[in-house]
Each structure stands twice: as structure tokens, then as C-alpha cells.
Ligand binder design. Sequence first.
Ligand code: FBP
Length: 262
Amino acid sequence: MIPIDDTPIVRDGRVLILAMDHGLEHGPGDFKNVPDKLDPTTVFDIATHDAVTAMAVQKGVAEEYYPSYEDDVNLLAKINGTSNLWMGEPDSAVNWSVEYAAELGADAVGFTVYSGSNHEVEMFEEFRDVQEQAREHDLPVVMWSYPRGQGVKNDTKPSTISYATRIALELGADVAKVKYPGSKEAMAHAVRCAGGVKAVMSGGSKTSDHKFLSTVEAVMDAGAKGLAVGRNVWQREDPTRLLDALEKIVHESETADTALEA
Ligand code: FBP
């Protein structure tokens, strides 16, 4: 592992990744109620908030927009990704090299692994290459650790999520991004299974302020080191207000209620 706490994507041991690769992963439908966010500059502007430690985007968005934000936003290069149009067993194309991401100014790389898919073997091997190239460039590696496919009956049950964080440790990730397993206890177990890897929660579809922030509070109490969130921030009318609250919960260990009162 690299000394990840010394890298720009970590602030006092905590990570808050703003994800915006949904145009690829889900399609433009995710922007239906927030059409202004179809313009990536609006989300890069949100990512300049102090609470955000990195923004995750695909290659095309990085090439086109990151040069204007490189002084204000840390780039997490999401190396693989696939569209919602793909109907086969879960898989994800490798869309850019670590070397090119580093050239564009990446501060970290991200990679989805669908353990349990019929494509697990190839995905593990692709992850190996990315992880070793990232080490050569001193870039931390964030694994979107998503057990999914024929081998997985329930992709958020506690034993699946603890397996997901463990796979991230076994394969050499620095951060394991996993779905919420439904309770603080289950998350605490997943955190233990991650060893020295930072376990962070994946945001999911938009919910109420209180529900989302209470889950973030539970996850932080469980020992997680932050979160990677997209829709729950930029699909909101006032993303800054939510990031102000996340600043308090993720970086200052306050409760959701206190954060919402402010
Ligand atoms: P959200 O917080 O909006 O769920 O974003 C996090 C993320 O991992 C994105 O990077 C990605 O586009 C999306 O979720 C994939 O989610 P899923 O595969 O579950 O649809």
C-alpha cells in the first residue's frame, strides 16, 4: 500500500469523492430533473467545495473540462466504465490507461470490479495491471468493489459487503468503495475485513436529506473513512447545503442532526 494519508485525495484521514460518471454508467436520464448538470462544469464547480477531496470522472470529461479545474479539484480518473445499454453479465471496459490519466493530472485512479460475475477473472487481471501501473505513478487506487452477477444473489447483504471490502484488501486497493450493507454493525464488520484499506460508502440513488445524512453518520460511526457520492449531492437543488452538512459529519465527526441544524 502507498502512504495514502499523504496524498491529495485524503484530508485528515478522510475521503469524500464526488462521482460524476453517471452519463456513461446510467445515461442522461440521471440528469432529467437537474438539466443544468448535463454541463459538467456545474458539477466541477460543486467539487470545489472544501469537503470534497476528489472528483471521479471518465476520460472524455477529464480531457475536456479538467484543465480549467486542476488548481481547485483533485482528479480521480475512473479507468473503466460501461453503459446501461449492456445487457450481459456485469463487465466494464478499460477506457484509458493509468499513464494517460497521470498525464492529464490524475491524483488517483478508480476501477470497478464485479466479483462474482462471469467476467471476474478478466476483471481481476485488468485490476492487477491498473494497480501495478498506479504504484509506478504513486497514485492511490480506489476500487468500486461491487459483487454482482450470476454468483451473487444479494449485492448489499452484510456477508457480500464484507467480502467486497476484503477483496479490495487482497487485490491491493487503497480505498474500497462499497454499498451500504443495511446496518452500522454490518458496516463495522466490513471495515474490519478491509484491514488497512479505507472503506467508504457508495452514495446510491437520491433520498431525503435526513435519511442520507443519518446513513452517512452510521457509516462514519462504524469506522468507515468517508464516502463516494454522486446523485445525493448534485441531484439536489442546493448541493452546497448538503456538502456543508457532509463537511461536518465526514470531516468533523458531528451527528446528522447537528449538521442539519446549522
Ligand atoms: P451515486 O452516489 O450516485 O450512486 O454514484 C456512485 C457511483 O458509484 C457512480 O460512480 C456510478 O456511476 C454509480 O454509482 C454506479 O452505480 P450502480 O452501478 O449501482 O448503478
